[in-house]
Design a protein around this ligand. Structure first.
Ligand code: ATP
Length: 252
């Protein structure tokens, strides 16, 4: 394995925001091949903004993003997808009136080799998510929340990405379905995928992840192994605020 493989993603001094409003400030982190990397923090901490800046949806005001050794800073989202990084936004963004099969096909919409690879990739996605195979002709809107999340992930996998950015996959799902979606994310790792996971379900995200960071007011408050982060006081501060986290009366 080369040094570049080890650091599949390298984010350095990354800042961005909306118009003149800065949101994330000089964020640094690296993600190694095959890792699940959790980005956690309270509401409005800048997690989605960070993912959007890495995937090219937002232009950074400073800093850089490297993917497998290539500087992709300022590239268009389409070019970044073609280079192997796919972002699944919060809320799944599926289309009413399109079937499961059509969504999977859409995952390849501008891939140069789409006709040649469509059948084989669809088979691979169905192997991973048999429920999608059973519901190929169903419209996305009649799927359950968990099935919709699997379709969103399946659609992204049609590109055979190296890196998946996954924003709050558990949102709006029942606890038992969340377990299933987390199990799917865990399985992606065994398929060689690298995942950056944003989650409000902090305990479950850190139990799944290898490493991660805690974001607070757009800055990295703590970073390290997921097990260390789960015990880091910065985590409580990020969710409860400094005063509340110091209050012994707050129950674990
Ligand atoms: N399109 C936008 N235009 C202007 N400001 C925005 C926009 N999207 C987000 N923000 C602001 O940027 C800050 C960070 O938001 P972001 O969605 O990145 O946080 P988050 O950590 O993902 O939060 P949540 O967990 O609530 O989704 C917030 O103050 C938010 O109001």
């Amino acid at each position: 394995m080369t040094a570049q493989d080890e650091e599949l993603i390298a984010v350095s001094g990354l800042s961005s925001g909306y118009g003149a409003v800065p949101v994330i400030h000089s964020v640094d982190f690296t993600v190694r091949t095959g890792e699940i990397f959790a980005v956690v923090g309270g509401n409005g901490a800048g997690k989605t903004t960070l993912l959007s800046t890495v995937s090219g949806l937002l232009r950074p005001t400073s800093g850089s993003v490297r993917l497998a050794g290539t500087d992709i800073t300022g590239w268009s989202p389409e070019r970044i997808v073609a280079h192997g990084l796919v972002h699944i936004p919060e809320g799944r963004r599926l289309f009413t009136g399109l079937t499961v099969a059509e969504h999977l096909r859409l995952g390849l919409w501008n891939a140069p080799n789409r006709r040649r690879v469509e059948r084989e990739r669809t088979e691979r996605v169905v192997d991973l998510f048999p429920v999608l195979g059973e519901r190929m002709d169903a419209y996305a809107e009649v799927l359950s929340g968990g099935e919709q999340q699997m379709l969103a992930i399946g659609q992204a996998l049609m590109r055979e990405p190296r890196v998946l950015l996954l924003d709050e996959p558990s949102i709006g799902l029942a606890p038992v379905v969340i377990q299933r979606v987390f199990a799917v994310v865990d399985r992606l790792r065994t398929h060689g995928l690298t995942v950056i996971l944003v989650e409000q379900r902090v305990g479950q995200a850190l139990a799944l992840a290898d490493r991660g960071l805690v974001l607070r007011h757009g800055r990295v408050e703590a970073a390290g192994s997921a097990a260390e982060l789960a015990k880091d006081p910065a985590l409580r501060v990020a969710y409860l605020g400094a005063a509340a986290a110091g209050d012994q009366r707050i129950k674990e």
